[in-house]
Design a protein around this ligand. Structure first.
Ligand SMILES: [Zn+2]
Length: 333
């Protein structure tokens, strides 16, 4: 990385595109957010690239002051091929347009969950760690994995896809086509399903049920409210979530042994209701050597992807030989 330069982080999500400029000390400036649009042809890609250039230049920054651009995308990044089922974009074309609009700036692309994990490792709740697993609990369950400072993509670009680890063989059907994935039990959707099944189980006295009912199949906040009000369905829903997620995290620890496991996403906002049970479940299932691994909440919230994308650009930026010689070899980029 060039310490005098600024790096642009672009977090291209399914609903919003967030951007910000970050220097090598982690100072973030000029954050912005705009709705996601389809980028399938030259006209759309050029228009987006022009917006990005305007954002950078509008902050008084010349293209020559940019060290690189990190682009986080919601899907699989696998050796120059990209699969983003929730966003329609021609990524290679977009990269070309960005390079042109920002005068030959280099673009580094990574998965958005890995970007968030890298951001947390660098400037958030993973500071001082070298290996971190970030589990993002939203309507689904995403995860990013950094091991020994390296973004881990894997042979198929699917490393660290914790959401589709099987925790209940033959269990609830998942959108991935299989059954019993952890996402079906520990995401917002999973928590609501836990709640509904608890209500139907006949195990509880319905006179103890509160009027906190989920308004839709991802309304986990209503389940949190129910649990706080003492509704046995809410308590059971979160106990089940904690137990199964603790089990899944314990299996991950056996393979990659992260220094810290972080929880992000909207469901992390209710962590006070389940984090003790989650830690206890993790400890009860994990290999003894990993028992002390901390599980805590992420801190950068929705800025994590921008920080991580910019950091990735820093680490991937072309260097001359003199710079390469002093580069931290741990990052290997
Ligand atoms: Zn699945």
């Amino acid at each position: 990385m060039d310490e005098g330069k600024l790096y642009l982080g672009i977090d291209y999500g399914g609903n919003a595109v967030k951007m910000g400029l970050v220097d090598s000390y982690g100072n973030l400036s000029g954050r912005t957010s705009q709705p996601t649009s389809d980028l399938l042809d030259k006209v759309a890609c050029r228009a987006f690239a022009a917006d990005v250039a305007e954002f950078v230049h509008g902050l008084g920054i010349y293209s020559s002051e940019l060290g690189g651009v990190g682009l986080a995308i919601p899907g699989i990044v696998n050796h120059g091929t990209y699969m983003t089922p929730n966003v329609k974009a021609d990524w290679p074309l977009l990269m070309q347009c960005l390079e042109q609009a920002l005068t030959k700036t280099s673009i580094a692309v990574l998965n958005d969950a890995n970007a968030a994990a890298l951001g947390e490792l660098w400037m958030g709740a993973g500071e001082n760690a070298r290996s971190v697993l970030l589990v993002t609990l939203g309507s689904g369950l995403g995860s990013g994995l950094i091991v020994e400072g390296q973004v881990i993509s894997g042979g198929n670009g699917a490393a660290g896809e914790v959401g589709h680890m099987t925790v209940v063989p033959g269990g609830r059907p998942c959108k991935c086509g299989r059954e019993g994935c952890i996402e079906r039990y520990a995401s917002a959707r999973g928590i609501v399903q836990n709640f509904i099944e608890a209500g139907k189980s006949g195990e509880f006295d319905s006179s103890q049920f509160t009027n906190h009912e989920p308004a839709n199949d991802t309304d986990a906040l209503a389940v949190f409210d129910a649990a706080r009000a003492g509704d046995p369905r809410g308590k059971r829903a979160l106990a089940e979530m904690a137990d199964k997620l603790g089990f899944a995290l314990a299996q991950v620890a056996c393979v990659v042994d992260p220094d810290v496991i972080l929880l992000g996403g909207g469901i992390a906002a209710g962590a006070d209701l389940y984090i003790d049970a989650l830690r206890a479940a993790y400890r009860s299932y994990c290999f003894e050597a990993c028992a002390a691994t901390e599980i805590r909440c992420a801190t950068l919230l929705d800025a994590a992807g921008v920080y991580g994308a910019a950091r990735y650009a820093m680490l991937a930026a072309p260097r001359d030989k003199a710079q390469r010689d002093w580069l931290d070899p741990d990052f290997g980029l």
